[in-house]
Design a protein around this ligand. Structure first.
Ligand SMILES: Nc1nc2c(ncn2[C@@H]2O[C@H](COP(=O)(O)OP(=O)(O)OP(=O)(O)O)[C@@H](O)[C@H]2O)c(=O)[nH]1
Ligand SMILES: [Mg+2]
Length: 276
């Protein structure tokens, strides 16, 4: 066999130009999607920059926290599958209380994205991992986008992305989103997690006292009965037991129930996902 003829082809398939050719930016056209992907992360980590790079849209970006204050949607096709990408406001925690943080929290918890991409700042990894670990508690379909790698390098910070991926149990993709670096690899990881081809094994902390565990289970069942189709009822139960005022109020006002239609809409995709 003539290896010269084979080699360039093989190299072509993995180079970033070829991978970008697998991407079609759809702008605001998001109908008929196969998968919904959420972009979560602390404020100012580059979520909207990633969103713009893959949708071709021009969400507001800038070097200060709190620019994205509401949910923005855009679409793209990757390897023939249609994706709806949701850019969220920055949030430090799923227990946050500001209005824009609540928008992000509600979508991550109840919007049932097929994949949640957590965009983290490689120069502030320790602080950013708090949200990553919280999200890993509620979903196993996570990709970590390790952004601002150029800044990390400039500050002499080295991040072992492979060790991080191993410890977290989900793909970790280093990127410099502003320059488009790592975006093809990020898209490939999203596609693999969405289809189930990459079976994640999320890092979870589970050491509930048996009595607390029983209370959580009982309350979870009650919540599931009251708010039919609501995902993450267990998370809600834990917050209620902790006395989280916001969640108590949302339950009292039946605001959690209002989120269920969005969940139902996305859940029509679930059978397809499970058979994938
Ligand atoms: N040096 C560098 N700058 C980046 C990178 N990615 C994004 N930025 C810049 O970081 C700043 C924040 O980016 P945004 O995309 O607005 O961040 P965001 O996470 O959407 O911010 P909020 O919506 O406020 O939470 C902008 O000035 C971007 O140009 C990167 O990889 N390297
Ligand atoms: Mg933003």
């Amino acid at each position: 066999m003539n290896t010269d003829a084979v080699m360039p082809k093989a190299a072509c398939a993995t180079c970033s130009l070829a991978q970008n050719a697998r991407l079609i930016k759809l702008g605001i056209e998001t109908g008929g999607w196969d998968y919904v992907v959420a972009l979560a992360g602390n404020p100012n980590t580059g979520k909207s920059t990633v969103f713009n790079a893959v949708t071709g849209l021009r969400q507001h970006t800038g070097n200060w926290p709190g620019k994205t204050v509401t949910r923005a949607e855009g679409g793209f096709i990757y390897d023939g599958k249609r994706y709806k990408l949701v850019d969220l406001p920055g949030t430090y925690s799923l227990l946050s209380t500001s209005v824009d943080e609540e928008i992000a929290r509600d979508f991550i918890l109840f919007g049932q994205p097929h994949v949640t991409v957590v965009v983290v700042d490689a120069t502030r990894l320790e602080r950013n991992l708090n949200l990553v670990l919280q999200i890993l508690e509620i979903t196993d379909r996570v990709v970590v986008c390790l952004n601002l790698m150029d800044e990390a390098e400039r500050h002499g910070i080295k991040v072992d992305d492979r060790a991080l991926a191993r410890d977290l149990g989900v793909p970790v993709v280093p990127t410099v989103a502003r320059r488009g670096e790592g975006i093809p690899e990020l898209l490939a990881a999203i596609a693999q997690v969405a289809s189930g081809e990459y079976a994640t094994r999320p890092h979870r902390i589970r050491h509930l006292d048996p009595e607390v565990g029983q209370a959580v289970e009982r309350l979870t069942r009650e919540i599931e009965k009251t708010f039919k189709g609501l995902p993450n009822a267990r998370w809600v139960a834990m917050r209620l037991l902790e006395g989280d005022e916001r969640i108590i109020e949302a339950v009292r006002k039946h605001e959690l129930g209002e989120l269920a239609p969005a969940a139902e809409m996305a859940s029509t995709m679930q059978p397809a996902l499970e058979t994938a």
